[in-house]
Design a protein around this ligand. Structure first.
Ligand code: NAI
Length: 339
């Protein structure tokens, strides 16, 4: 079977890490024709728009996109590219696995394997905010939470857990204080949980959750939560397993999925062939899993795990001594897959 997907190499280190990712995917035997389009600063220079119509049309056509990081231009009038893409394609799920790999320095956490399912469109990220006085000394952000959106994100979390053999879903909220918005989310979770008797369900209040994730993160498996809490908790989780260089993410809707690394375009190291492509490659593994290429996805995850474990091929962000370049790391992953 052969696919046509969109490839957005992106800005900064994007072209370097997506190049390695494409190489790694190819080595699994999955055949993908890439429809390459520009976004971010690269597109701004060419089309005067960081999110040109050509990019949107390509994603609309192909439904699946592998996306390198995009630099959001600084200055008034530019919307966040990532928020705009989520809205454009109704990408209501932000999937952020946090998996520890032997060989990756972490604070104190081994064998961690959890997934955060974050609602991606509502609440404080819907952009409804304004100053409430003419001196701009007071402002309000309105966080709109709807029952339908809560139900679909909770359902996605349970379905994901079932499909991936995970045993527990924890809903995270602040319903004790935000009784309306938090209440709608918690009610949705409590209503849907009994439909999945094979999966243990519990809930936690966000402040306690933050502490529990540091003190005892192994108690968690799938975590489902609203937008702001999910944003913060997923960065906390990636910190537990070694930071942004190894943290992949996916934005998923009913029709379209966009797969990426969590980190940005890292302009400070762009063009030097020293970026760590692991997060982007793991983003591709989520993509393959999402389209049903489970074996290829697993091959990539195992290969990454084996290469990191050997300790011989670590990029500069993971070791002080004898670090390897982006392409050498990519080659090591390819060799591991082809063995
Ligand atoms: P950043 O994630 O690009 O960089 C933060 C630090 O981490 C830098 O020191 C960088 O060198 C390092 N780093 C990041 N990824 C790395 C990798 N793969 N290997 C080794 N080191 C890595 O965050 P920053 O500097 O705040 O943002 C730069 C640009 O990226 C901004 O324009 C921002 O808007 C954009 N951005 C885009 C995202 C996306 O497209 N998904 C996500 C986050 C930021």
């Amino acid at each position: 079977m052969s696919y046509t997907f969109t490839l957005i190499p992106g800005d900064g280190i994007g072209p370097e890490i997506t190049k390695e990712t494409v190489k790694v995917i190819k080595s699994t035997g999955v055949n993908i024709d890439w429809d390459v389009v520009e976004g971010g600063m690269t597109a701004l220079h060419k089309y005067h728009d960081p999110l040109p119509q050509e990019l949107l049309d390509s994603i609309e056509r192909n439904k699946i996109a592998l996306k390198g990081p995009l630099t959001t231009p600084i200055g008034k009038g530019f919307r966040s590219i990532n928020v705009a893409l989520r809205k454009e394609f109704d990408l209501y799920v932000n999937l952020r696995p946090a998996i520890s790999f032997k060989g990756v320095p972490t604070i104190h956490v081994d064998h961690l394997d959890l997934v955060i399912v974050r609602e991606n469109l509502e609440e404080f990220y819907s952009g409804v905010e304004h100053y409430i006085d003419h001196t701009h000394s007071a402002a309000e952000t309105i966080g709109i939470v709807t029952k339908g959106a809560c139900q679909r994100i909770v359902r996605y979390a349970f379905e994901y857990a079932r499909k991936h053999g995970r045993k527990k879903v924890t809903a995270v909220h602040k319903a004790n204080i935000m009784k309306f918005t938090g209440g709608i989310f918690l009610n949705a979770a409590e209503e849907i949980a009994p439909e999945y008797p094979d999966i243990f369900f519990n809930d936690k209040i966000i402040d306690n959750m933050a502490m529990q994730m540091v003190m005892n993160p192994h108690q968690f498996d799938v975590i489902v939560t609203t937008n702001l809490f999910g944003d913060i908790l997923s960065d906390l989780a990636s910190g537990l397993v070694g930071g942004l260089g190894v943290a992949p993410g996916a934005n998923i809707g009913y029709k379209v999925g966009i797969f990426e690394a969590v980190h940005g375009s890292a302009p400070d190291i762009a063009g030097k062939n020293i970026a760590n492509p692991t997060a982007q490659i793991l983003g591709a593994a989520i993509m393959l899993d999402h389209i049903g290429e489970i074996e290829a996805s697993q091959k990539i995850q195992t290969a990454i795990s084996n290469v990191l474990k050997k300790g011989k091929y670590l990029t500069r962000d993971l070791t002080k001594n004898n670090h390897v370049t982006t392409d050498v790391f990519g080659d090591a992953v390819v060799r591991e897959i082809e063995q």
